[in-house]
Design a protein around this ligand. Sequence first.
Ligand code: MN
Ligand code: MN
Ligand code: MN
Length: 276
Amino acid sequence: MKKFDLHSHTTASDGTLTPTELVDHAYEVGVSALAITDHDTTAGIDEAVARGAQRGVEIIPGVEISCRWGSDDIHIVGLNIDIEADVIKKRLHSQHQQRIERAKRIGDKLETLGHAAVYARAVELAQGNTPARPHFAQALVEQGVCKSMEKAFSKYLGTGKKAYVKTEWATLEEGVAAIVQAGGVAVIAHPGKYKMTRAKLTRLVSSFKEAGGQAIEVSTGTQTVDQLRCAAQLAQAYDLYASAGSDFHGPIGGWLKLGKYPPLPLQCKPVWTLFG
Ligand code: MN
Ligand code: MN
Ligand code: MN
């Protein structure tokens, strides 16, 4: 039986392992089918596919698109997408422009707050990519401004905090459409992470379904038992497939392990039956 992990990051976004290293790691921990789902980029896919062929690890081409839904930022994972499709390339290009703009504005805000050196360090940490919030968080910790990554988010980088920048991402509908038109399956990522009431989460699932979405992450590396149960119930109520993935970003400082997530409840229809 295949061991799936349908949510992971490489150095193409904010992961700490290169695509090659991530595939090697998957091989070592016994993950035999791995979706690479970097934030708004598919730049790591080709390298991962090549390494996967050598290692006997199946690579599912994916992406994690940041989307706006009302005033909330929602992450939509696309699985089994055609990364050469124009529609996905165009969408990811415009997301990329937003990321560049956001990084600059976060840097400006931190400079105004008296932390002028953070931006340059975040750029270094991003290793040629656009710095994302975890890079800023790490820089804030390194420079002694914050004691931990968590503090960096709760004081500076989190929604509404001192150096938060609101970004004009794709709408939920646009994100889902790009994935579906590129032949992929759209998945609501880590529903427990949005800290929504059940009523609000239900509205999100309903809009997502209407937009053409087909699946929801029921089992992730980070949710509580209640959140897992809630996601499984929503999957059933809205006839969505269930996805499972760790949201692995790297082995350092991590409670999150590749391939590690609770089993899907029996009533769920695993999303991998669509492409397995
Ligand atoms: Mn991330
Ligand atoms: Mn996410
Ligand atoms: Mn992720």
